[in-house]
Write a protein that binds this ligand. Structure first.
Ligand code: UDP
Ligand code: GLC
Ligand code: MN
Length: 318
């Protein structure tokens, strides 16, 4: 049996996990819904709602995996994401044939069941995912089709313990992109899904006209970043936030909605960085840039000295 799996580490993402499950069901999935759940931090009230929607509850109370909090804070400015490395536990869930992993801040707009069929012969060393909006040469780890396998799990886990350089963003996405990279790890590869399978709305140049053009192709929306719809009321004004609120309002009783939204959004894990630093350190970027000796390099056009490389982060869907 295949399954959809999400991750819920604390109370703050409960509304997200509930809307996600409803959206999967409303799109008529025939597969199981499973959740990696920390039952020690999520309230009993929320857990009851979760149990109504998810078939399999997988307790992760003592199994959480952390990246160094300081590192994540320095790279992303979001210490809470240190514990998202826990999502690598999906490679241990061999009770499922294939898994579609989704962050709790994602909402499918169409059925995704066809992906299980399309990637039925996926190898455990392959990850199927869409490009990241911040850096499209890497995949976004908020939506992935994977094939569980204990030895791949062990490889990822072991790799995560090799020091700071194993993750460019200090968290799971940076790590998984280093692991599933053919040039460095034989057989480990990223199979590229179209962006419409993990569409992250943003205010970036080109994003809104593209949304207009490709609206009906969008399979899944992902509210990446610190501003989640449920943390910002129903009047944030963006079309996709409104859509999230509509699913929430239409599918949950008022009594539950009031209760859920009155739970103080909190870390639960109380993750703090000792350095107290915020966002990306621009001085280190500047010095890395000057070390590139750009002036020197600019005298030679790229095509005059380019080594042949084979692109492994490309996938032809035809
Ligand atoms: N998550 C959670 N509690 C947290 C932080 C993260 O349960 O405090 C889970 C949740 O499934 C979330 C995922 O980890 O969707 C990844 O975090 P997030 O979506 O905030 O990262 P982003 O996509 O914004 O980079
Ligand atoms: C990413 C992903 C999220 C991941 C986080 C940390 O952008 O959306 O799933 O947990 O950043 O790597
Ligand atoms: Mn996310």
């Amino acid at each position: 049996m295949n399954a959809y799996v999400t991750l819920l580490i604390n109370e703050s993402y409960v509304p997200g996990a509930l809307v996600l499950a409803k959206a999967l069901r409303n799109n008529g999935t025939k597969f199981k819904l499973a959740i990696l759940l920390d039952t020690s931090t999520v309230s009993a009230y929320s857990q009851n709602l979760i149990k109504e929607l998810y078939d399999d509850i997988i307790e992760i109370n003592d199994d959480k995996i952390f990246m160094p909090v300081d590192l994540v804070t320095r790279k992303l400015g979001r210490p809470q994401l240190a514990v998202t490395l826990t999502k690598i536990l999906i490679w241990q869930l061999v009770q499922y044939k294939h898994i579609i992993y989704l962050d709790a801040d994602t909402v499918p707009l169409k059925s995704l069941d066809h992906l299980f069929e399309r990637f039925a012969s996926q190898k455990p060393t392959e990850v199927v995912a869409s490009p990241d909006i911040g850096w499209p040469d890497v995949f976004n780890s908020g939506f992935m089709v994977i094939k569980p396998d204990p030895s791949v799990y062990a490889f990822i886990k072991n790799y995560s313990e090799q020091g700071e350089m194993v993750s460019y963003d200090g968290a799971d996405q940076g790590l998984l992109n280093e692991v599933f990279h053919l040039q460095d790890h034989e057989g480990y590869n990223w199979i590229r899904l179209p962006f419409v399978y993990n569409m992250t709305p943003s205010t970036l140049y080109q994003n809104s006209p593209a949304i207009e053009r490709f609206l009906y192709d969008i399979h899944l929306v992902h509210f990446v970043g610190a501003i989640k719809p449920w943390l910002y009321g129903s009047q944030t004004g963006t079309m996709f936030h409104d859509m999230w609120w509509k699913i929430f309002n239409d599918n949950f009783l008022e009594v539950d909605r009031v209760k859920l939204l009155s739970q103080k959004p909190k870390d639960g894990l109380n993750l703090k960085s000792s350095s107290g630093s915020t966002f990306t350190d621009t001085t280190s970027i500047a010095s890395a840039f000057s070390a590139l000796n750009v002036e020197e390099a600019a005298k030679v056009f790229p095509w005059e000295h380019r080594d042949p490389v084979s692109a492994t982060r490309v996938f032809d869907l035809t």
